[in-house]
Design a protein around this ligand. Structure first.
Ligand code: CO
Length: 134
């Protein structure tokens, strides 16, 4: 059911510093920072030949990324994003199999203008999973 790895997301305490690190020392192609108020994050995308890295920074008071950074002040891997062909079909199948979808289970528009959902880390080997309709 799942397809390509769309991106690996890393929560960072200093977005400008993380962007400069990937752009400079790592020599990667990086995007400008983009605010996603609906998700409570500011993102920078690093484009690699075979996937992307999403640098995540909290936006607003109730950002889920702030809670993560409180636990891991230096930052860390936050989630993996897998592509699926049909996000509603994927969600329904996962729910039947007993997996928990975060929030109200309704896909929202993610960082690439496509519908996304998040799956409970306890059901996926301790890893927060994002599904994105490709
Ligand atoms: Co993501």
């Amino acid at each position: 059911m799942i397809g390509r790895l769309n991106h690996v997301a890393i929560a960072v305490p200093d977005l400008a510093a993380a962007r400069a690190l990937y752009c400079g020392m790592m020599g990667a192609e990086v995007s400008d920072a983009k605010d996603l108020p609906e998700h409570g994050v500011t993102t920078v995308f690093v484009t690699l030949p075979n996937t992307r890295i999403e640098l995540l920074h909290p936006l607003g008071d109730k950002s889920p990324i702030q809670a993560f950074l409180n636990k891991y002040p230096a930052g860390g891997v936050h989630h993996l994003c897998y592509e699926v062909e049909d996000i509603t079909e994927a969600r329904d199948r996962l729910v039947v199999e007993g997996a928990r979808i975060l929030g109200d289970g309704v896909p929202r528009i993610g960082a690439h203008g496509k519908p996304v959902l998040f799956l409970h880390p306890k059901d996926f080997c301790g890893t927060l999973i994002e599904l994105e309709q490709a």
